[in-house]
Design a binder for this molecule. Structure first.
Ligand code: ATP
Ligand code: MN
Length: 466
């Protein structure tokens, strides 16, 4: 059974395969029966967007009966000879000689018939939706992006480290965490005081990680350049098209580096992965350009080549105030940039990725390095068209006294982060890093508007299916 060739390999080396005997496996996308006694099956095995055309002679009663059973969605094994195709749309086709029908799909019940289905509907059939062109292409693109991300960091001398998924620190000091506990909720006491956790698995409160950054800092201050690439959890109760409760984040962290190095790294990473995708995934990208976002390839070329526009938060506020736009949220120095503001800057004002740096210190977490003005921190948000924020990063506060002052201001107890403070006592060094959301990146490169379509099994408020 495992001698089958993948359809993508046939298309990649058509001339080598012409005239040879092959075996393929896959799922029937469509079948058309001609009056001349021939059936044409479009076969897809998931290895690429394109289907292989299979030609079946209905010359005997048995072959005609079998051909009739090859309904949309059926799983088959087909042996035959690859021949030049006289038809339009393909240059090679498979003349079937031997067919095994592994699993028939009842046309009265199989939901993926040949027509366009809404993304909402496809979400309800998460067990079947990867067999659609869109979700198949997303899965291949996620795979390639992940590979390119690892390749990039490995080439740059970064070490891939594994930070914990169960943590005791809530990285941002924000409350949006999932609790991890073995306590029985039906027996929970009235108050969640510390005493309750004596009986819990870890004998203290624990959570799913919201970021591997703090632990990555430990390793950066030992190995120099490191990165994590793992699942991240945020219990944000926001039903937006850009937020998931479970997503994948890439977090590089490097020692002996400042915000300019951080910006340069983010830019090289984006150039590398987008160029790689343009080279290796052109069929899938063209599919998205055709059916989802007409300007897709242009905007990807821009990102692959052009440097980011870098502006300070204060400059961004000035630009937004001057903009001839009716924003729903007012723009004031000290207020967070809303999605509409981010998109104005990257889509209308600059029409390319924009890095906004030096945010007010009160807007950002305690670990970001305080700038000399005392009012801002060395933060950066990278904004891209259609998505808004794709990367958030900063230079970290490496000065113990300033860090303690930041913690005081934000009401974070230094005892809870004793090890983090201690890293500033023993061989502290300037260091920086950022977080890139894989799903936001997939949204950007596919043009898909809703983040629920770019992860196999989306987790959002009220939804944890499959
Ligand atoms: P946002 O302002 O968009 O909610 P954030 O500022 O909370 O994001 P960071 O903490 O800076 O996000 O996280 C780094 C990156 O992780 C973001 O730039 C984004 O790409 C991604 N990200 C953050 N939250 C989510 C989420 N809930 N779902 C998917 N990706 C996310
Ligand atoms: Mn951010």
């Amino acid at each position: 059974m495992n001698k089958a060739v993948r359809i993508v390999d046939i298309f990649r080396q058509e001339s080598t395969f012409q005239g040879t005997d092959v075996m393929v496996h896959g799922w029937v996308r469509t079948r058309r029966d001609s009056k001349a006694g021939v059936s044409f099956v479009e076969l897809n095995d998931g290895s690429c967007l394109k289907n292989l055309q299979v030609v079946l002679e209905r010359d005997r009663p048995e072959t005609a009966t079998l051909a009739d059973r090859l309904t949309t969605g059926s799983a088959v094994q087909i042996r035959g000879i690859l021949i030049p195709s006289p038809g339009k749309g393909q240059s090679i086709e498979l003349l079937a000689r031997d067919i095994v029908l592994f699993g028939w799909a009842d046309p009265a019940r199989y939901p993926l018939q040949k027509k366009r289905h809404s993304f909402e509907f496809l979400r309800t059939i998460g067990h079947l939706r990867p067999r659609t062109n869109t979700l198949g292409a997303v899965a291949r693109i996620r795979n390639r992006l992940s590979f390119a991300i690892h390749t990039f960091f490995q080439q740059e001398g970064f070490f891939y480290i594994h930070t914990p998924i169960i943590t005791t620190s809530d990285c941002e000091g924000a409350g949006e965490v999932f609790r991890v506990t073995t306590l029985d909720p039906t027996r929970a006491g009235p108050a969640l005081d510390e005493g309750v956790f004596q009986e819990d698995f870890f004998q203290k409160p624990t959570f799913l990680t919201v970021s591997g950054q703090l632990q990555a800092e430990i390793y950066a201050l030992a190995l120099g350049k490191v990165y994590t690439f793992g699942p991240t959890f945020r219990a944000e109760n926001s039903n937006t098209s850009r937020h998931l409760a479970e997503f994948w984040m890439i977090e590089p962290e490097m020692a002996f580096a400042d915000l300019n190095d951080d910006l340069a790294l983010a830019q090289r990473l984006m150039h590398f992965v987008v160029s790689d995708l343009l080279e290796t995934a052109s069929d899938d990208l063209q599919f998205f350009a055709r059916f989802v976002e007409p300007s897709l390839l242009d905007s990807l070329e821009t990102v692959a080549q052009q440097p980011f526009e870098v502006i300070t938060y204060s400059e961004a506020v000035d630009l937004l105030k001057k903009a001839d736009e009716a924003f729903a949220f007012p723009v004031e120095w000290g207020a967070d940039l809303q999605s509409e503001h981010e998109r104005y800057l990257t889509e209308k004002k600059f029409r390319k990725p924009v890095a906004v740096i030096d945010f007010p210190r009160d807007l950002k977490p305690f670990y970001m390095r305080v700038n000399d003005d005392g009012k801002t921190v060395a933060a950066m948000d990278v904004l891209v068209p259609r998505v808004g924020e794709i990367i958030g990063g900063s230079q970290r506060e490496e000065r113990r006294e300033v860090l303690l002052e930041q913690m005081r201001r934000k009401g974070i107890s230094p005892e809870a982060y004793a090890w983090y403070v201690e890293l500033r006592e023993f061989g502290s060094a300037p260091h920086c890093g950022f977080g890139l959301g894989l799903e936001r990146l997939v949204q950007f490169v596919t043009g898909l508007g809703n983040i629920r379509e770019v992860i196999p099994f989306p987790r959002t408020p009220g939804h944890a299916d499959f």
